[in-house]
Design a protein around this ligand. Sequence first.
Ligand code: 15L
Length: 273
Amino acid sequence: MLAQHSTSARFARLLLTGAAGGLGRELRPRLKAYCDVLRVSDMDELGAAAAGEELYRVALQDKTGMLALLQGVEAVVHLGGVSTEQPWEPILQANIVGVYHLYEAARVHGVRRIVFASSNHVTGFYRQDEVLGTDALPRPDSLYGVSKAFGENLARFYFDRYGIETVALRIGSSFPEPRDRRMLATWLSYNDLERLVVASLTAPVVGYSVIYGMSDNATTWWDNTKARHIGYRPQDSSDVFRTAVEARQPRIDLDDPAAIYQGGAFVRTGPFE
Ligand code: 15L
């Protein structure tokens, strides 16, 4: 069931990038409720256009394609790009070159706000016994995390220099349910993801803001107090899954870096040749 965040704000044309990805497929039918036209893009197959949808098959590294993609758009939800640790080249093309193309195209066409899917892996090398604010300095746990930190910095620059507003979502683990003990802290339900994205699109003034994307979980490593102006109120919690998760994973190996650091297995993935 869709969450239908309570807002009267409605966009003429919203762009959702990465619409064929895991979270993109979730958000695509949900975002339609908040706009007249939903433009969706991906380098992969997007299926048939639903009523009120425009489909664009474009890769982030295609500068001309990205320029066309952003034309006539009021705001962007940018989920596109590489979303796991991978070899350097795909990360470079999608998350560095591609994000630059996105912001440049936004500048050229006067787009005012971007909701940028950053990641908790920007701060994945903090320990699990630390609670971070949204102003925590990056400690990326992977090249992927480094690329998301680049995206955050680029967004900050485009606000300071050109006034394009961004909410950078340091998304935790957005899946149907938490898959392991780590995700009891990092889990973000799909309904809360929708609430977070819609709040980020509709908050009156965001400048450049960072917020962690998590549900109202009892265990948490992140504190969103300084992002309260966004008005995000999570309504789900990983706690309903705790007993089942702990039964599935009764023991934790505290010598494993994945159990020590917030980024989990990302801290020991790679290098790739
Ligand atoms: C991410 O950034 C990934 O996109 C996602 O696949 C998960 O692994 C998530 O982080 C996580 O930290 O669980």
